[in-house]
Ligand binder design. Structure first.
Ligand SMILES: [Zn+2]
Length: 328
């Protein structure tokens, strides 16, 4: 019988899962509602339900391990969620121990951005690179650092919080307690906030130029659509976002001298409107020899990066399949 693993992505709205072979082929997929409002036990029951649904559909295969990714502060070694923005009642929750009560195979959890980096390193945009950083530009900015084909977790398991690099010393306050974090300018939330600030400052001029008449109608997508039409206000916002991102990446280039940065998440779709400013800042703020070699690529796996990474982590930890916890 052939082995497979399950990679799960635990979001605030949906649990998405896929059965994955050691070669990176998806055998089947399941998606159900997370039901966060029903409490922690319901979410755990739903995780087990998803695993069971996949198993039922693959009776000729053997499930060897399960990996789960979710946003937040995760203690990978212990399987504990310290806190997660999507799951307010998961505080210092040992999800591995809890899930293992209903599951008799290895089960691992990690931060979703770390897993997205692992997924992209396995079969995505980073597969031919020795070291790289991944930034997911979504509601927030997540990060993952791959060094010598292995994820860098840091001494406390909290490395790769690239969204919280300071880009403006006195900038906008961030949920992490700092001010002026990259996340406050390069995430969907950050871009919308910057646009709303412009709305307040420019007033009727903003309304006339964008045809957005209510502040609450400013969304990341509405700004993206405006940029596509050549709207100056929107293009300037994406320029600012791109430059701030470039400042963050330049810092990483100077610290790590990695040659590749992979950008994922919904905001990366606005690529054409920010990337040249990002590259400009990287070149301006790094040594010529390191800066000129830097490549910035779009993520290849889209929403599936975390699922592939979760599956790959599970394979490595069991010693089955390839990798043994490293990307090879
Ligand atoms: Zn922060």
């Amino acid at each position: 019988m052939r082995d497979y693993v399950i990679g799960l992505d635990l979001g605030g709205t949906n649990i998405r899962a896929a059965a994955i072979t050691p070669e990176g082929k998806i055998l089947n997929r399941v998606k159900i509602f997370t039901e966060v409002a029903q409490g922690r036990e319901r979410v755990v029951a739903n995780i087990l339900k998803v695993i069971d649904a996949i198993k039922q559909g693959l009776r000729d295969f053997t499930l060897s391990a399960v990996g789960l990714g979710l946003p937040g502060i995760i203690f990978f070694d212990k399987g504990i969620v310290a806190q997660s923005p999507n799951l307010p009642d998961w505080i210092d929750f040992n999800v591995r121990e809890r899930v293992k009560r209903g599951l008799d195979i290895p089960f691992y959890i990690d931060n979703d951005a770390n897993l997205a980096a692992i997924g992209e390193g396995w079969i995505g945009a980073g597969k031919d690179f020795n070291s790289f950083c991944m930034l997911t530009l979504g509601t927030g900015v997540g990060g993952g650092i791959i060094l010598n084909r292995d994820i860098w977790r840091g001494d406390y398991g909290m490395a790769g919080e690239l969204g919280h690099i300071t880009v403006y010393p006195d900038g906008h306050p961030c949920n992490c307690g700092n001010r002026g974090c990259l996340e406050q300018y390069a995430s969907a939330t950050g871009i919308v906030r910057m646009a709303r600030e412009e709305f307040r400052v420019l007033g009727s001029e903003f309304k006339a130029k964008t045809e957005i008449y209510k502040i609450e109608n400013i969304t990341a997508d509405s700004l993206y659509q405006l940029a596509k039409k050549g709207n100056k206000i929107s293009l300037e916002l994406f320029e600012k976002m791109g430059r701030v991102l470039g400042i963050g990446i330049a810092d990483l280039v100077n610290i790590l001298n990695v040659e590749l940065f992979i950008l994922g998440g919904g905001v990366a779709d606005a690529w054409d409107y920010f990337i040249k400013f990002t590259m400009d800042e990287i070149k301006k703020r790094t040594y010529r020899i390191t800066g000129e070699g830097v490549k910035v690529l779009k993520a290849k796996l889209g929403d599936d990066a975390g699922i592939f990474g979760a599956g790959y982590m599970a394979m490595g930890k069991t010693g089955k399949g390839i990798g043994k916890g490293k990307i090879v």
